[in-house]
Design a protein around this ligand. Sequence first.
Ligand SMILES: C[S@@+](CC[C@H](N)C(=O)[O-])C[C@H]1O[C@@H](n2cnc3c(N)ncnc32)[C@H](O)[C@@H]1O
Length: 210
Amino acid sequence: MSDAWRQRWQEGRIGFHRDAPHPALIEHWQALGSAPNAKVLVPLCGKSLDMRWLASQGHPVLGIEFVFEAVEAFLAASPAPVSRYVEPDFTIFRQGAVEVWHGDFFHLHLPQAAEIGAFYDRAALVALPTATRQRYAFHLAQLTPPGAKGLLVTLTHDQGDQGPPYSVDDAEVARLLAPNFRLEKLATSAPDERGRGESVWALERRGPRC
Ligand SMILES: C[S@@+](CC[C@H](N)C(=O)[O-])C[C@H]1O[C@@H](n2cnc3c(N)ncnc32)[C@H](O)[C@@H]1O
């Protein structure tokens, strides 16, 4: 799986990357009511500018990405100095308030994630095939403390099981996440020219940890 993603990054097939913070993040983040200094987990972060936006709002950010080209590209986009340190299974690059953990999201475990207080998923759940989405939802719940708030951006399309991005409908979001999170759907956009419609969800981790 990581080879396929590495190849995409090496070949520049990263149409998911946006050159500006996602509008749903800007529109809905503050209303979630996360503590202003909560550390935000950004699983499968790519080189997303959403991490810089979250940092600009005062949040420490912990992004996780297993393709090194993506991590390098994120760091290269800012002249700010980078420090590097090592944890089991991860090399961590800190630039300002953003830490990018180079490694596999599924290898991140408590207590490494002990300080996480919020989370943001855009194009992470929908990047994973069906069987892995169940694992992702459970892992996210394990890493987030009761009361943690998060924003989730999903998408649907009509190309069946083809992906990434995979089509994840409302029923699947509820099935995967409702056992451990309170869910509120905030917005749905009309399908674009490729037939892809996005939905934005507010999540709050129920307690206790699973
Ligand atoms: C569709 S992209 C989304 C990136 C980012 N969230 C954004 O909005 O631009 C998914 C990213 O997750 C990374 N990825 C996939 N599986 C991963 C895993 N298990 N651990 C860490 N990164 C992963 C891929 O390399 C890719 O950069």
